[in-house]
Design a protein around this ligand. Sequence first.
Ligand code: 5GP
Ligand code: MG
Length: 187
Amino acid sequence: MTAIAIPPLTKDLVRVLIDADTIQRRVDELARKINKEYAGIEESLILVGVLKGSFIFLADLCRKLNVPHVVDFISLSSYGNSSKITGNVRLIMDTRENLENRHVLIVEDILDSGYTLDYLRRNFTARNPASLKTVVLLDKPERRKIDAELDYVGFQIPDVWVVGYGLDYAERYRTLPYIAEMVPVTD
Ligand code: 5GP
Ligand code: MG
């Protein structure tokens, strides 16, 4: 097998915050906890990935699950046209699955203000799922505006803009295997 080259940092990226091996080990640990928690469930768990940022995390996580599950997605818009946090979350694309009486696990890339997850929790709770939990790869606790209940968290990170492993800046950097800190952007 040929070794896969790790893409170098570009001038926009300050440093690697979490390297690829560390991410994979943590995803393993999260999958083990989830396998334990849902062991023996009768109906498939529904993993709902929040597009687009969670798609790589979700892809790695679901391949480590040994509990029966189906993959679904939802798309939300949280920031409107600027990067300012407004708390104004809109549903762009809904899940295909009916969540009523199902075990639902929301899969999110990063928790920042908390508005997105708060919106999703309220929206999904109204659909009467059998259970509702969340798994978030990254958490920026310093930025929290609204309390968010988290069941599984990968890493806590400082208040910096991060890209890689699914996360972007203007659609760039999603395919980096690591999480990198960006040079601060002003808008
Ligand atoms: P919240 O509603 O918690 O403020 O925002 C969560 C969403 O903002 C995340 O799902 C993600 O799309 C985006 N976000 C927040 N911080 C970052 C970051 O550092 N990098 C990237 N790429 N997206 C972020
Ligand atoms: Mg997101």
